[in-house]
Write a protein that binds this ligand. Structure first.
Ligand SMILES: *Cc1c(COP(=O)(O)O)cnc(C)c1O
Length: 354
């Protein structure tokens, strides 16, 4: 840190992304990336667009926004496109939280919420999950702050039905409720249809996971035209060219290839069920994941230890050291082949301990 950094940033504790080690080839099951390449249409369009990189991208993202709005069943004025969904989340913290309006979120959820609150210098309140990691909807009824809910939640994998989310959106009409649906395509129920009915609901999704485009950085928000106008105001005050030309083209390609997208989601759900059953046989306890990862702990082997043993054998998973979840590991659901290697590696580790 230099002596020049302003005081407000000196105490900032940045988000820790999952490791991306280069020293050896790992089976990477630690950052919830897709094991499948992007759609051929996404790749072809991005390549063609490379020739036009001397020009700025369309700040209105007109073509992509139109296509996306159609997929979501809303009008284009209800959609904002961003550089990953992390960016629209940050815009929501900027737009809807301040000294008098704290951010409110679960104590065990996406780690970035805390970082965005600190970055923007806004207070936050954490609401503890229940013992079984489910979200206590009643405690959000009078949240008195801007609510951020990951649904399905990470790293627990648990999803709330749309009707439950609707209760808390309806109960907080004077506050914005942000529903982060990064994993919704793997078995969750989207709240996008509710955005027509509730002017305080913002739904956030990403192309990173289910559309195999983590490297392109493309996310979006859906909400009332007024909310989208607010967020666009913040966007134009930060970087109107937040979505680059190649990413925009790749996004259009990905949306034009719905078959490929659906087939990949189906494969992940299938591999998730297979892996969950195999892990259960070996003495693991799992949450009922509706995402592209499993959240698992073993009856005998500690969370940190399993993480280290797997890493030593070339399989990377994500371990969090915070107290209530430290015996768990978050394991991305990959290809069937990757899952088979994961299982045989875990079997070896357990055998060696006998
Ligand atoms: C992965 C993830 C995101 C952000 O993804 P982007 O790559 O920035 O689109 C947001 N929320 C949750 C809960 C996630 O797991």
């Amino acid at each position: 840190m230099s002596k020049f950094l302003t005081e407000k940033y000196q105490k900032l504790k940045p988000y820790t992304p999952g490791e991306q080690p280069k020293e050896r080839e790992y089976i990477k099951l630690n950052t919830n990336e897709s094991p499948f390449p992007p759609s051929v249409q996404a790749i072809e369009r991005a390549k063609a667009e490379a020739e036009k990189l001397m020009l700025y991208p369309d700040p209105e993202c007109k073509e992509l926004a139109g296509l996306l709005a159609e997929k979501c069943g809303v009008t284009p004025d209800r959609v904002i496109l961003t550089n990953g969904s992390d960016e629209v989340l940050n815009f929501a913290f900027m737009a809807y939280c301040d000294e008098r309006t704290p951010a409110v979120f679960a104590d065990i959820t996406y780690g970035f919420y805390k970082v965005f609150a600190d970055l923007n210098g806004v207070p936050y309140r954490e609401i503890p999950l229940k013992e079984d990691f489910s979200l206590c909807v009643d405690e959000y009824m009078t949240a008195d702050g801007t609510v951020f809910i990951a649904n399905p939640n990470a790293p627990t994998g648990l999803a709330l039905p749309r009707a439950e989310i609707e209760k808390l959106v309806a109960a907080n009409p004077s506050r914005v409720v942000v529903v982060d649906e990064a994993y919704v395509d793997f078995g969750g129920e989207s709240c996008i249809p509710l955005t027509e009915k509730y002017e305080n609901l913002l739904v956030v999704q990403t192309f990173s996971k289910s559309r195999s485009m983590a490297g392109a950085r493309l996310g979006f928000g859906v909400g009332s035209p007024a909310l989208i106008e607010d967020l666009t105001r913040v966007r134009y005050s930060t970087n109107p060219y937040n979505v680059n030309k190649m990413t925009m083209a790749a996004g259009i390609g990905a949306l034009s290839d719905e078959e490929y997208f659906k087939e990949n989601c189906r494969k992940i759900v299938e591999n998730r069920a297979w892996t969950a059953a195999e892990l259960t046989k070996l003495g693991f306890a799992l949450t009922d994941s509706k995402t592209n990862f499993l959240f698992a702990k073993h009856e005998k082997l500690g969370g940190e230890e399993l993480y280290q043993e797997l890493k030593a054998r070339g399989v990377l998973v994500r371990h969090f050291s915070s107290e209530p979840i430290k015996e768990y590991n978050r394991i991305t659901v990959g290809s069937r082949k990757q899952m088979e290697i994961l299982m045989s590696t875990i079997k070896t580790i357990l055998e060696e301990r006998k």
